[in-house]
Design a protein around this ligand. Structure first.
Ligand code: FAD
Length: 382
């Protein structure tokens, strides 16, 4: 017996690594339906598409690492069921694997637009290789969706000299996650590089460009959990220890909906930080540490020469404060709700981002004046 991890993405990989560093000595089996070893997704829409990074460099660890850490990786194999009475997972090949604990790290899949078969989507390594191949042979690209992935694809395509159009139904870019000032900064950034940004427009089925890529969000992979009788909502439902409604089964990463202490609500996050920190927490709980998940959420996106780093969860804020100067392209936006700080977005200001994570983790009190005053040392509050 031992731990069976379903999904060999960022969260599944980290669970295996953290179990070993926590001293777990039994068998660890990491099962993924994608071919090959676990890899990082962020470079797929950044360095790899822009031709600055080889696809091989996205691997999280070389093969020898798994052997030396006694992690059995089963690739190209789908888990089709969980027998919770017999304590076995069932594979598409018909094989059954016994378990003491299961970690569901099944991630998410792209949301697709109906009736538009010519669209490409970017979620995995195969998608990235196909888009890159098509990109190298085309002159114009249409990107549907002005969220993080769409804008990163647009920036990469533009840097390769393609004529790029971004079509977004909302009235501003990245509307779900950032303040209007940040959306406008990114609209100008893209427009300044020659990207045609169309806001408030619905993409119609058209072959106006050589290549059309859609980035319109993802859907969590909850079906395995729901078929096994586990509770699901906007993700596989877990408690603060990341346990599903079956205490022998954990769920983490993009597929899991958990009670978030900062939002005071149940949320499902899609980020490397969330996948990694939840994996560490689940591993600690599997070895009996009883650790609630309380990590500060953070995220980043790279587009052209701008690095946006986000700390906390800013939705529901009632006030924003700007620190720094938009003209210098180095500024942060502090989001407040009532009198408390709930999030900070930093553009090309990594020190603000690191300080923000500490401020949020310690629930430090910061006033609007202190946030706006560049002479005020944020670290003095933590
Ligand atoms: P995933 O990485 O999706 O892994 C889940 C794995 O489980 C998949 O390989 C899937 O095939 C497998 N699986 C599912 N069901 C089964 C089954 N039944 N049996 C076997 N295997 C199964 N985040 C950031 O913080 N910053 C970024 O800059 C950033 N950039 C990104 C760029 C791209 C192009 C993409 C796609 C994502 C990006 N993200 C970024 C998001 C981040 O990569 C994800 O949040 C993270 O990968 C989630 O990890 P996960 O392990 O939960 O899920």
């Amino acid at each position: 017996m031992g731990v069976v991890i379903v999904g060999a993405g960022q969260a599944g990989f980290q669970t295996a690594v953290s179990l070993r560093s926590e001293g777990y000595d039994d068998s660890i089996i990491l099962i993924g339906e994608e071919p090959g070893l676990p890899y990082q997704r962020p470079p797929l829409s950044k360095g790899f598409l822009a031709g600055k990074q080889e696809i091989e460099s996205t691997a999280l660890r070389p093969e020898g690492f798994y052997t030396s850490h006694r992690i059995d990786v089963i690739a190209s194999e789908r888990v089709t069921g969980i027998d919770r009475i017999g304590l076995q997972v069932e594979l598409a090949s018909g094989k059954r694997i016994p378990y003491d604990k299961v970690v569901l790290a099944t991630g998410a899949r792209v949301r697709k637009l109906p009736l538009q078969n010519h669209l490409l989507y970017l979620r995995d390594l195969c998608d990235a290789v196909e888009i890159k191949d098509r990109l190298d042979r085309c002159d114009s690209v249409r990107v549907i969706g002005g969220g993080f992935i769409g804008l990163e694809v647009a920036a990469a395509a533009c840097s390769l000299g393609k004529a790029v159009t971004v079509v977004e139904t909302q009235s501003r870019l990245m509307q779900r996650c950032v303040a209007p000032v940040v959306s406008e900064f990114y609209r100008e950034l893209h427009a300044g590089h020659g990207v045609k940004v169309m806001l408030g427009e619905t993409a119609i089925a058209s072959r106006a460009a050589d290549l059309s890529v859609a980035g319109i969000g993802v859907v969590p992979n909850v079906e395995l959990a729901s078929h096994a009788g586990l509770a699901t909502a906007n993700g596989i439902a877990v408690d603060e220890f990341l346990r599903t409604t079956d205490p022998a089964i954990f769920a983490i990463g993009d597929c899991a909906e958990y009670p978030n202490v900062f939002a005071d609500a149940r949320v499902r996050l899609e980020s490397v930080q969330n996948a990694v920190d939840q994996a560490k927490c689940a591993a600690a709980n599997i070895v009996g540490r009883s650790r609630p998940y309380r990590a500060v959420p953070w995220f980043w996106t790279d587009q052209f020469d701008a690095k946006l780093q986000m700390a906390g969860l800013s939705s529901g804020s009632d006030r924003t404060v700007l620190r720094g100067d938009l003209e210098t392209r180095k500024f942060s936006v502090f989001y407040f709700k009532q009198h408390g700080l709930i999030g900070v977005d930093s553009i090309n200001r990594p020190a603000d981002h690191l300080a923000a994570r500490r401020l949020l983790a310690t629930a430090a009190r910061i006033t609007s004046d202190q946030a706006a005053d560049e002479g005020f040392d944020l670290k003095s509050l933590v």
